[in-house]
Every structure is written in C-alpha cells, then in structure tokens.
Design a binder for this molecule. Structure first.
Ligand code: NAD
Length: 503
C-alpha cells in the first residue's frame, strides 16, 4: 500500500535547537515495514545544508567546552532521567520505521542508555595525572580536552543505540555533535534531539543532519569537523575511513560482520540451540552481532540442526507492535535481496531445512516479510557463506575438527563477534586466545560489551584502531596535552642555553 507522499509527516533536520526542513528541497520516503505504507518524508541534505549544520555546531563549541564539568554533567544526568522515563515513546518510533518488535526496540534503547550512564561519570573519566617536582621546582600534568564539532554517521539497524554509543561520551567530554542518521528510520534522532533540549542542552551542541551520501561527504571533508564516528556496511566504512582521514580527521569506522558460532561436540544441546535461534533471528538477523554461521564440529550437527529447526519454526513473525517474536525486514528491496541469497544457497547445493520465503505473517499483506531460514551443509565457497546477508538466514557449516573450524573462522575477512559453545573450559580458553574477532562470547551468543568496555571488531569490521564507548570512546573524543610548569624562585635565575635536563 502507498500513500500520497505529500500527505505524510515531514521529518526535518535539527539545527540551533529546532527542527527545520533545510534548503535542498530534496526528500526521501520513510515507510512502515510492517505495512509497506509511506508514513513520512525525510529532508535530504545537500552540501549547503550540511555546512549550515556544521556552522551551528562550531558556533556552539566554545561555550559548551567552557561550561564547567559539573554543569555539563548535570545536563547529561537530566537526559538520562528523561530517556529512562520516556523510552516507550522512542520504542514506538523505532518499531514504526525499522520494523523490529517493541520489546527489541526497548532493548536497544536500554543498551544505549547504559552509555549515557557511563558518560555521567565523565568528571572521573577526564581526570588527568599530576607529578609534583618532576625536576627541581618543575611540575608536570596531563589533561584531556575536547576536539570541537564531531560527526556521527549511523546505520538503519539501531536508530537509537548506535548514535547513543557515541554522542553521550562526545557531549559530556565537551564536544559538539552533528549526527547523520540513516534515512530509512530518521525519526528517533529528532526525538533524541528534543529530549536533549528538554534536558537543558544549549542549541547547537547536538545537531541532526538528515540525508545520504551528499550530507556524509560534506562531513568527511569539511575542515571544521574534527572527528568522524561511522557505523554501517564495510564498503562505506572503508570509504569513510579513507576520505575522512585523508582530510586530517580522527576516524573510527565500524563495518559489516559475519559472526561465527563454534559448537563443539560436548556443548549442551538445548542451551546451544536456544542461543543459535535467539542470536540468528532476533531483530530478523539485522544486527551486526547476529550469529549468521554455526560451525558444527564432528557429529554435533546431526543432533543440533533438528533442535534449531524446531525452535526456529515456532517463531511468530509479524507486526512488531503485536506480540510477535520477529518483525519484517527494513525495506522491500532488502527483503528481496535476502530472499535472493536463499535462492542462491539452494542452487549452490545447501539443504534448506527451514524456508522463510513462504512465511505467513501476523501482519499486513504488503509488509516486508521473510521468515526464519535454516540452511545446512553450507560450504565456504557459497555466496550465502561469503557475503554478509543481514537477514534471518542461519547457515550451518560442518567441519571435522576444532582446528578446521578455527582455520575457517580466522580466514573470514570480517572479525566483529565470534562465540564458542562448549562445556570444556580449556577449549573455550584456547578459542578466546586464538580467534580473530574483537568481541568474543563463551557460551554467550551476542557478546556486546557493556558501556564501560569498548565495542568494536577486527579486520573488515573496523577501520581505525579505536573502539566505541568505554575508555576508548573517551580517548577518541578528547586529545591529550601535557603541561610542564615551573614557578621559579627569582633568586635561582640565570642563563642556560643547554638542552633542558632533569635535576
Ligand atoms: P550503510 O553502509 O548502507 O549506511 C550507513 C550510513 O552510511 C547511513 O547513514 C547511510 O546514509 C550512509 N551511506 C550509505 N551509503 C553511503 C555512501 N556511498 N557514502 C557515504 N555515506 C553513505 O549501512 P546500513 O544498511 O544502514 O546498515 C547495515 C550495515 O551496518 C550492515 O553491514 C551492518 O553489519 C553494519 N553495522 C555494523 C555495526 C558494527 O558495530 N560493526 C553495527 C551496526 C550495523
């Protein structure tokens, strides 16, 4: 079903503390994935709109940087209180544009809220070091200072949580932020901007710039943007890293994923099957930490595959506002692309144990539906194994030994998350040591780090070397300065042209 695009809600930018449409005149439709209905049209910035947003963030920076840490932190605390109280409103907006279930939307907000809570501790996190009398009458101290206006470019799959990985830390540390959310689900960012305003954040400290490549390109190249935090697919992450760093910016660009779950023959079958299904099909597989490949060692697959199939077949697919387990995919094009991978897997010889192409959803006929799909006997040459699918498709690769499994996992170009299911502590410890991935689970299928640790992958899952939030996040959004000072006694003065030595 489609609606006349002129009749729907306009979703603008957020600049100088208010929503505005921008000057480009370009818009893009926003749809409800559970109905196929166009529910909004979002402003799509051109370079001039982006420059307006950056100028506002630049103008707001000096006063925000100079506001006392106590006052800045009080605003972050107020934002946390408002978010905690009003998050059901935000969850509804996320479900309406992304499609995930309301419970899942609330879950992503809660994980994002943890970063706000971490950022409430910024006074402690920004403390420097001080050495008295490093040399005679010479003191040395280290301080960390904010960078200036910073940009965040985020993907469709976590419209609240991914921006929340970055902006609470950036703002609490004294930076101003321009957030460029995904054009597919842009409303969450405007809601968050309104919440900041209610919390007392001065205009210009948090800006939302809606749009696509034109907006991003201006952020990557404009001299007033000092750092870029990007999350999205690997080709775009690679481009963002190369372009922004060539323009002298600090960059962390988190890319795509292909997360493997290694199952050893001694694993608890029920626990493992529950985990594979939850991690493979939660949020319809549209999570960068979703499990997409089960690597089954020895004969465990013969016992595990039927257990996974039974659980996956019982998943209720439907409108995320009803009490379903799994919602639709984000767009019709993405649904068709994922279904195309199932076709290809079947053609290439994988066994389609459970086929999501013929799902009967609890929702409107025009929703972007695809049910859970389980493919067995997948081999590493198949496109269904090689590519990131980002949908509810779980592949099972059978291997003979642990070593064969590790060789497969470590040869994969992605390295976001990986997990092992076993009762053998020694094997788990070896896996933790050998696996080439940034986030590792031991009998935990989606090992997303807590806010006070840092989130990030290895290899093609992250360009740059700094992970999100935790102390690495604080480091990313601040730069260090070391001050050496002396308050000499006038009685000890005298010329000395030698290189300064310690005495
Ligand atoms: P995407 O790469 O298509 O888009 C991400 C952002 O980049 C959006 O804001 C988009 O507008 C912008 N963009 C798209 N094409 C661009 C271009 N050519 N130039 C400049 N900007 C561009 O990603 P998506 O489809 O929104 O999100 C899904 C992807 O994100 C998956 O690959 C997933 O694995 C990844 N992801 C990774 C993580 C992680 O932590 N590593 C987390 C969430 C999502």
């Amino acid at each position: 079903m489609t609606t006349d695009i002129n009749d729907v809600r306009e979703i603008g930018h957020w600049v100088d503390g208010k929503e505005l449409v921008g000057s480009s005149g370009n818009t893009a439709p926003v749809t409800d994935p559970a109905t196929g209905e166009v529910t909004g049209r979002v402003s799509m910035a051109d370079a001039a709109d982006a420059r307006t947003a950056i100028a506002s963030a630049k103008a707001a920076f000096p006063a925000w940087r100079d506001l006392s840490l106590t006052r800045r932190t009080q605003i972050v605390f107020r934002f946390r209180e408002l978010l905690d109280r009003r998050k059901p409103e935000l969850a509804k907006l996320i479900t309406a544009e992304h499609g995930k279930t309301l419970a899942d939307a609330l879950g992503e907000i809660s994980r994002g809220q943890e970063v706000v809570e971490f950022a409430c501790g910024m006074p402690h996190l920004l403390k420097g070091a001080m050495t008295e009398n490093a040399s005679t009458s010479v003191d040395v101290c280290s301080i960390r200072q904010p960078l200036g206006p910073v940009a965040i470019v985020s993907p469709f799959n976590f419209p609240a949580m991914v921006p929340l990985w970055f902006f609470p830390v950036a703002i609490a540390a004294g930076n101003t932020v321009v957030l460029k959310p995904s054009e597919k689900d842009p409303s969450a960012s405007i809601w968050l901007a309104e919440l900041w305003a209610e919390a007392g954040l001065p205009p210009g400290v948090f800006t939302v710039l809606q749009g696509g490549k034109a907006a991003v390109d201006e952020l990557l190249t404009h001299p007033d943007v000092k750092a870029v935090s990007f999350v999205g697919s690997t080709p775009v992450a690679r481009y963002v890293y190369a372009t922004a760093s060539a323009h002298g910016k600090r960059v962390q660009a988190l890319g795509g994923a292909k997360n493997h779950m290694l199952v050893l023959p001694d694993a608890d079958l029920d626990v493992t099957a529950d985990a594979a299904v939850s991690a493979g099909f939660g949020s319809a597989g549209e999570r960068c930490m979703a499990v997409s490949v089960v690597v089954a060692v020895g004969d465990v697959a013969d016992r595990l595959v039927p257990e996974i199939a039974e659980r996956a077949a019982a998943i209720r697919v439907g409108d995320g506002t009803r009490s379903c387990d799994m919602g639709p995919l984000v767009t019709a094009q993405h649904r068709d692309r994922v279904a195309g991978y199932i076709d290809a897997g079947e053609r290439d010889g994988a066994t389609v144990v459970l086929d999501g192409r013929h799902v009967e959803p609890d929702g409107a006929a025009d929703g972007y539906w695809l049910g859970p799909t389980l493919l067995d006997h997948v081999t590493p040459e198949m496109t269904v194994y090689v590519d990131e699918i980002f949908g509810p498709v779980l592949s099972v690769v059978r291997v003979r030994t642990y070593d064969e499994a590790m060789a497969l996992i470590n040869a994969n170009p992605y390295g976001n998350g990986a997990c092992v299911f076993t009762r053998d502590g020694g094997a788990a410890r070896r896996f933790q040591n050998e696996v080439e991935a940034g986030m590792v689970g031991v009998n935990v299928p989606v090992p997303v780090p807590m806010a006070y640790y840092s989130f990030g992958g290895w290899k093609n899952s992250l360009f740059g070397d700094t992970h999100a939030h935790g102390t690495e996040g604080v480091h990313f959004f601040t730069r260090g300065k070391v001050v050496t000072s002396r308050w000499p006694d006038p009685a000890t003065r005298g010329l000395d042209l030698g290189f300064p030595r310690n005495s």
